[in-house]
Design a protein around this ligand. Sequence first.
Ligand SMILES: *Cc1c(COP(=O)(O)O)cnc(C)c1O
Length: 389
Amino acid sequence: MIVRKAGLATRCIHAGEINDANGSPHTPIYTTTTFKFDSTADLLDVVEGRKAGSLYTRYGLNPTIRALEEKLASIEGAEAAWAFSSGMGAEVALFLTHGRKGIVCIGDAYGGTMELLASQLPELGIPTHFLLGSELEGLKTFLQQGAGLVFLETPTNPTLEVLDIAAISATVHEYGALLAVDNTFASPVNQNPLELGADFVIHSATKYLGGHSDLTAGALMGSNHLLTPVWPWRKNLGTTIAPEIASLLMRSIRSLTVRVARQNATAQALAEAMAQHPKVARVLYPGLPGFPGHDVARKQMKGFGGMLTLEVKGGYEDAVRAVDRLKLFAIAPSLGGVESLTTMPVTTTHHGLAPAERARRGISDTMIRLSVGLEDAADLIADLEQALG
Ligand SMILES: *Cc1c(COP(=O)(O)O)cnc(C)c1O
């Protein structure tokens, strides 16, 4: 309880941790799939919900998983959290529980989210709608038609567009709908969507929460009454996190605030250096004063994040040449780890889109997305300069 009111760094370290009889400073890993009871009456107390207790790991009723979920809820200031085997696992369970009347997706979203919303959920008869960040006036029409869930990411991938969570949440709630924000890019260090009015926060914990490119996991945070009906979907989709991964993720979250603070600072330094570079046409980063989303970002974010996108001068071939020359930035389609990574949206996340659709979304052939790790800023800047030179 004291921990819930503490600062974020303290909560990242101490929230949820089990103090075991041996004095371990870390929550032990309960790899067990099932848990035994002294009597049938004791078992029924847990099965029928009269007593909290461990029962079966796929249900999430496992001490390591429950400890992680307390930490996850605490770091987003939520009443409750469910941990999943992946970020997509969290999204599917949310959409099947709360999206059946229709889902509106605002702005750009992760490729898997787009595939799910654009083709897979409509196959099940779930209506889905899409609006660019510049088409927000269309939101009311879909809400009037009965859409019950609005989904967005901010900052978006790969253009780092910043969407105004508080303003969108006000519109969504006017129509009795719910707002879910994918907070993967910002992390709870830089942005707290629930404080800004969102009903759900989703994380691909594979990214900043995990932070070391060594685990796949997801999280959904929100109020008890909205998360309770999601639980049976996770249970029977079978997308519960494994206890071993839950433990690894708890280990990682302990250093989240230190990692993200450094990633914010390094990304800002890279953005400022690249904005001066003769071979760079444009730097997309919410921390740059000239950037279109800068003012909203200053209002709703505590830091501007570790993701930035460069548009190089010339054509596709020039961008590929620069990417292929990078030595510290590895070419890999993920983000949020201690090691710096790079991808070109046109060859990875947005490869499947028709060129006209990419253009409509503001994604060009010369964009290079950077996920800034924990290396020295000077080394990363030198790497970019040699690659562009
Ligand atoms: C990676 C990612 C996802 C999907 O997460 P997985 O853990 O790979 O399932 C969802 N949203 C965003 C913004 C992501 O970057």
